[in-house]
Design a protein around this ligand. Structure first.
Ligand SMILES: [Zn+2]
Length: 250
């Protein structure tokens, strides 16, 4: 779905932990740069290529991948996409996420308890899905992501109309939202979800630090926001500022 000139919200069907769902990475371009915000689950590179072709921005033109945070559903197809592009694709993320993205620290949500639970759950899956999950985890062991550019709070990337980086710790320590200055679009990552058409905070149980997450949402009230793109839930354009103020109790 086109949100503004050079801003396309992709809508990619994906098999999530709780069943089938849709992920909404954002595609940005300006004639020189083509940037993707977040990279789906492992194995989704062909879906990205198709969706980008539909937006008339072929994946071969990709120059940068900006990661809002290190969760698997945001970084999974990054390496696969890099491999499908004939030139280097720069990876950008906040300093607080780098060790998790680069595999130097265990992903925050992958505690031994969670891993054991997943193993248990996988036993009850139909053979085909269980094999797909195993293949996914195996493929992850063989890929190494390198972050080329570390992002800081308040930094503005000088392409695609100006992309302001907003450090919004809470969901993860180095989570960022992106504010597109030209179209007043907020790419929320997992700081905000859209659930049944309503803009809501990320569910507390998936946040590393819930009070931090709320403080981060307060930070967003300083921006003039016409549209929010939530990675989980998609577009919200019905007075986002009013709704965010309501959420933070301002
Ligand atoms: Zn997510």
């Amino acid at each position: 779905m086109q949100i503004a000139p050079g801003v396309e919200m992709l809508e990619l069907p994906a098999m999530l932990m709780n069943g089938p769902g849709v992920l909404c990475p954002t595609l940005l371009w300006d004639g020189r740069e083509v940037a993707l915000v977040d990279a789906g689950l492992p194995g989704m590179a062909p879906q990205f290529a198709e969706a980008m072709a539909r937006a008339k921005v072929p994946v071969e033109k990709l120059t940068r991948i900006i990661l809002t945070h290190h969760d698997l559903d945001h970084i999974g197809s990054l390496v696969q996409m890099q491999r499908s592009v004939p030139h280097p694709v720069e990876v950008l993320a906040h300093a607080g996420e780098v060790p998790y993205i680069q595999g130097e620290k265990r992903p925050l949500k992958m505690t031994p308890e969670v891993m054991a639970q997943m193993e248990e759950q996988m036993k009850s899956l139909p053979d085909e899905r269980r094999q797909a999950m195993h293949a996914m985890f195996e493929s992850l062991k063989n890929q190494k992501i390198t972050v080329n550019h570390t992002l800081g709070d308040g930094e503005t990337l000088p392409y695609c109309g100006g992309i302001r980086i907003i450090h919004t710790p809470g969901h993860t320590p180095g989570h960022i939202c992106l504010y597109l200055e030209a179209s007043k679009t907020l790419i929320a990552g997992d700081a905000l979800f859209v659930d049944n058409g309503k803009l809501v905070p990320a569910p507390a149980f998936i946040n590393a630090d819930s009070s931090g997450a709320l403080a981060s949402l307060k930070k967003l009230t300083a921006f003039d926001i016409a549209n929010v793109i939530a990675y989980h839930g998609g577009l919200f354009g019905d007075d986002p500022n009013g709704r965010i103020s309501e959420i933070v109790g301002a």
